[in-house]
Design a protein around this ligand. Structure first.
Ligand SMILES: Cc1cc2nc3c(=O)[nH]c(=O)nc-3n(C[C@H](O)[C@H](O)[C@H](O)COP(=O)(O)O)c2cc1C
Length: 509
C-alpha cells in the first residue's frame, strides 16, 4: 500500500486506532522524548504519537511532529500494507526462490510477481508536492553553477533563505550536543559509477544552515564521501524526510552496496516511486517527501566534532569528527509532518525497524546458509550486540561455520555475540535461548573468541570500530565435536496426555 505523504500515513494510523494525538504545546527540547520514551516502553511498543503543537524555544512550530509510527509489529505491517511483516517476508522469499515454471498456473503466478517487481522501479517526474514551498539562494545573473558559495549571494538575494530554524528538530536527551534530525534519509551518489545510495545517518544541527553528517566509517555514504575527499570535489547531498513510511525503512535496511533503496521501497509499497531533481544539485528525491534539505560537503573543510548523542546503545555516543553539511535549499510540502524517532535504552521504536529487516532478509541468509531456520536480534542487544540463530545441524562444527559466515556478511560484521541454537529452539524467546545457552554448553569447548570490525557506537571496545567477538555453540553436540558422552533427552510431556489434560482442564490449565 502506497502512502502519498507522511500525513496520509499518520491518518491511516489514526483510523487503525494506532495513533495518540497530543494537542497541547510540548517542547521539542527534551519534553517530546520524555513522553515518547514512556510510550515506546509500553508492552508491544505503545502507540504512535502526533504532537500537534511542538514548540521550538517556546515558539509553536508550523509543523507537527510524528514519533513512533513504526514502533510496533502492527504498525510495521501497516506501513508495508500487509497483515503481518511475515507476509511481506514470505513474498520476498518467494521472489528470490522463483524457479522456471513447470505449469501454466505456475507461470501466471511468476508473471504476476514479476509485474509487481516492475512497479518497484522508480521514475523521474518534473515536480511534486515536496516543492510546494521552496527556500533557496537565487543565483545572481550570469552564475549558473549550483553552489552558493560566494559571500555576496548571502546578502539579501532571497527574502526567505533556506533555514533549519522552523523545522521542529528534537533535542532528545539532556547531554545531547544539540538538536538532531533522527529519521533523515540521506541521498548520495558514487562519483565513479553514478550509483545512488539512501542511508539513514543522523544529522546534528550546528546552526540554521549547517549540520553534521554522521555516516559511520563502514557505511555506503562514507565510501562515497571518501572518493570526494580524494578528488577534492564538492559532494552533493540531499536529505529528505517523510513521504511514504517505506522510505525511512528502506534507508535503514542493510542492503548490499549498489542495490537501490528506492527499488526495495517501491517493491514494498507496491507502487514505483516518483523522483524529482533537487533545486540546487542533480540528486533525485521522492516527489512526495515532506521535507527536502539540499546541500553539500566541502572536502577541503576540516571535519567537525559531532555529538554527544543519546544513542540506541543506551549510552551517549561521545563526540567524534564527521563531515559538515552546508544547506543550499529547503523545500517542503505545505502540510508537511515532521517524522522523528528517539533512541535510547531499549526497547525503542528502532527495535521494530531492525527486527522487520531481519525478517525480510532471512531468505537471503537462508540462500547462503540453507541450514539457517530462524534469526533474531533481541532488543536487549541493541542490534549489533547479539544475534541468535537457529540451525538444522547435520555435520560437526556447523555452528562455527555459521558464526564465521555471519561475521562475514555485510553489517553482520558488527555483531559482538552470536548464539547458535538447534532448529527446535524459538530464537524470539530470549528465556528459552538462555536456557539452552547455559544448559547445553561447556564454556571452554563451545565458545569462540575472535576479532574484527566493530560498530563505531560500541563504547566498550578499547579502540573505536575494532573489537572482539564471541560465538557460542549452544546446539546439541554430535560425534566429531569433542563430546564423548550420550546426550540426554530434554524433558517433554507426552503429547497425548497433554492433549487430554488440556481438554479436561482447558488449555490454560
Ligand atoms: C533510527 C536510526 C538511526 C540511525 N542512525 C545512524 C547514524 O547516525 N549513522 C549511521 O552510520 N548509521 C545509522 N543507522 C543505521 C543505518 O541506517 C544502517 O546501517 C543502514 O543500513 C545504512 O545504510 P547504508 O548501508 O546504505 O550505508 C541508523 C539506523 C536507525 C534505525
Amino acid at each position: 500500500m502506497a502512502f502519498e505523504s507522511f500525513r496520509d500515513w499518520v491518518q491511516h494510523l489514526d483510523e487503525a486506532g494506532e495513533l495518540m494525538r497530543i494537542s497541547v504545546p510540548v517542547a521539542t527540547e527534551l519534553e517530546i522524548t520524555a513522553i515518547a520514551d514512556l510510550e515506546m516502553k509500553k508492552p508491544g511498543g505503545g502507540k504512535a504519537l502526533l504532537f500537534e503543537k511542538p514548540t521550538i524555544q517556546g515558539r509553536i512550530s508550523p509543523f507537527p511532529v510524528a514519533v513512533n509510527t513504526l514502533g510496533s509489529w502492527k504498525r510495521m505491517a501497516l506501513s508495508m500494507g500487509r497483515d503481518t511483516v511475515d507476509a511481506a517476508a514470505q513474498e520476498l522469499g518467494f521472489l528470490m526462490k522463483a524457479k522456471p515454471p513447470a505449469t501454466l498456473k505456475q507461470a501466471m503466478k511468476i508473471l504476476g510477481t514479476a509485474l509487481e517487481l516492475r512497479h518497484a522501479r522508480p521514475r523521474t517526474v518534473r515536480s511534486g508536492p515536496c516543492k510546494d514551498v521552496i527556500h533557496r539562494y537565487e543565483a545572481p545573473a550570469g552564475r549558473t553553477d549550483a553552489w552558493p558559495d560566494a559571500p555576496d549571494w548571502r546578502k539579501g538575494t532571497d527574502p526567505f533563505p533556506p533555514t533549519l530554524q522552523d523545522i521542529p528538530i528534537l533535542k532528545c536527551w539532556p547531554l545531547d550536543g544539540g538538536r538532531f534530525v533522527t529519521l533523515p534519509c540521506v541521498v548520495t551518489q558514487d562519483p565513479d559509477t553514478g550509483d545512488r545510495n539512501v542511508g539513514m545517518y543522523r544529522i546534528q544541527v550546528y546552526d540554521d544552515r549547517s549540520t553534521g553528517l554522521h555516516w559511520q566509517l563502514q557505511k555506503v555514504a562514507a565510501r562515497h564521501g571518501r572518493r570526494y575527499y580524494e578528488t577534492g570535489q564538492r559532494m552533493p547531498v540531499a536529505i529528505f524526510l517523510g513521504g511514504d513510511p517505506m522510505f525511512p525503512f528502506a534507508a535503514t535496511a542493510p542492503l548490499p552496496d549498489g542495490l537501490d533503496e528506492f527499488l526495495l521501497a517501491g517493491y514494498l509499497r507496491k507502487k514505483s516511486i516518483d523522483l524529482v531533481k533537487c533545486e540546487t544539485n542533480d540528486l533525485l528525491v521522492p516527489a512526495n517527501a515532506d521535507f527536502v534539505i539540499e546541500g553539500y560537503v566541502d572536502p577541503t573543510e576540516p571535519l567537525r566534532m559531532e555529538g554527544p548523542f543519546g544513542d540506541h546503545t543506551g549510552y551517549y555516543t561521545l563526540p567524534e569528527p564527521y563531515p559538515v553539511f552546508h544547506v543550499t535549499a529547503v523545500t517542503h510540502r505545505r502540510d508537511a509532518v515532521y517524522p522523528a524517532t528517539i533512541v535510547g535504552i531499549p526497547p525503542m521504536e528502532d527495535f521494530y525497524i531492525g527486527a522487520a529487516s531481519v525478517k525480510l532478509f532471512l531468505p537471503i541468509f537462508q540462500m547462503n546458509f540453507p541450514e539457517i531456520v530462524d534469526m533474531a536480534l533481541p532488543a536487549e542487544g541493541t542490534f549489533h550486540n547479539l544475534v541468535v540463530v537457529s540451525i538444522r545441524k547435520t555435520y560437526p562444527m556447523q555452528a562455527y561455520k555459521i558464526m564465521h559466515g555471519l561475521w562475514g556478511m555485510g553489517q553482520m560484521m558488527f555483531t559482538k555475540y552470536i548464539i547458535v541454537v538447534d532448529a527446535d529452539v524459538n530464537v524470539h524467546n530470549l528465556s528459552e535461548v538462555l536456557f539452552h545457552l547455559f544448559a547445553d554448553t561447556d564454556p571452554q569447548r563451545d565458545s569462540l573468541i575472535t576479532r574484527g570490525p566493530a560498530d563505531v557506537l560500541d563504547h566498550a571496545t578499547s579502540e573505536i570500530a575494532v573489537g572482539g567477538k564471541m560465538g557460542f555453540d549452544a546446539t546439541r553436540k554430535i560425534p566429531g565435536e569433542g563430546f564423548r558422552r550420550p546426550w540426554p533427552p530434554l524433558i517433554r510431556m507426552d503429547d497425548e496426555v497433554r492433549r487430554r489434560m488440556a481438554e479436561r482442564f482447558g488449555a490454560a490449565g
